[in-house]
Design a protein around this ligand. Structure first.
Ligand code: R5P
Length: 287
């Protein structure tokens, strides 16, 4: 077994190479003068079980992954497993309005070509896995996030909406603390409304856990609500930190004490590593 790390996920590939004691095949990437991407494998893959790992965000990493998969197939790999730590476009998982694509399905169909198996971390919705035409598995980073929160003396885990409740419940179980949720209504891409609700958070440390932080609007609104209700420290934690625009500033201005994300998307806040949970899954598959 050998691993190839796309540019978006090289640090996880290096961690996995170390944890699984497998070779990391280096790649060369460059841009042609017109901006088109060039990709080349710098090691042999013939008759090898190959893992290719690449987050598909932002868009440039989607094309890089397609080219890597084509290169691996052409070089006669024995099998190809793709790991997509963050599967982009997961939020366009249905047609919300007539005339729209189902972007998540369109990409999943293409990523299934030449590939034997796919693993992704905390897909936005579970049914996204059914969009792939090959076996697809979702794994959760919630245990790793909860482990990271162990030292923070968390009293309450809060889900910003009902959709995030199961994740919050799982974290609360690990942290042995209370759990609650807010009711969120999305008005548009950047505006959300949270229904006022009395929470048992006065003088308590709270961790708000969600799958994605994008504009930071959801988390900032939840932080403000918690601060209004005199919560002590407020931590925000997510699997996928997209941090679009001024998201960080929004979270800080709302009174957030710490921003925690995993390394599915590399940022200064990617303090939670996902290689261990991925390695365990790969190990379980190869038994
Ligand atoms: C929505 O369903 C997701 O779970 C997140 O709550 C959402 O993507 C966060 O977006 P934003 O940071 O822009 O509020």
């Amino acid at each position: 077994m050998k691993i190839i790390g796309g540019t978006a996920s090289l640090p996880i590939a290096e961690d996995l190479s170390h944890l699984l004691s497998i070779d990391l095949i280096k790649i060369e990437t460059k841009r042609f003068p017109d901006g088109e991407l060039y990709v080349r494998l710098l090691g042999p893959v013939e008759n090898e079980e190959i893992i290719v790992i690449q987050t598909t965000f932002p868009d440039e990493y989607i094309i890089e992954l397609f080219f890597l998969l084509d290169a691996v197939k052409r070089a006669h790999a024995k099998s190809i497993t793709v790991i997509i730590p963050y599967f982009g476009y997961g939020r366009q998982d249905k047609q919300f309005k007539q005339g729209e694509p189902i972007s998540a399905q369109a990409l999943a169909t293409l990523f299934s070509i030449n590939v034997d198996k796919i693993i992704t971390i905390d897909p936005h919705k579970d049914h996204i896995l059914d969009f792939f035409t090959i076996p697809a598995y979702g794994i959760s980073a919630v245990e790793s996030i909860a482990d990271h929160l162990r030292t923070k003396n968390i009293n309450v885990v809060l889900a910003p909406d009902k959709g995030a409740l199961e994740r919050a419940q799982n974290a609360a179980k690990i942290l042995n603390c209370d759990v609650d949720h807010l009711e969120k209504t999305r008005i548009d891409g950047t505006t959300i409304k949270i229904t006022p609700k009395t929470l048992d958070v006065k003088n308590k440390n709270v961790a708000i856990i969600d799958d994605i932080i994008s504009t930071g609007g959801t988390m900032a609104t939840a932080i403000r609500e918690l601060k209004k209700q005199h919560a002590s420290k407020v931590y925000v934690a997510c699997t996928h930190g997209l941090f679009a625009g001024n998201a960080i500033e929004k979270l800080q201005n709302a009174g957030c004490d710490e921003i925690i994300a995993t390394d599915t998307i590399q940022s200064p806040f990617s303090t939670v590593k996902t290689a261990a949970v991925i390695a365990k899954t790969i190990h379980d598959f190869s038994r």
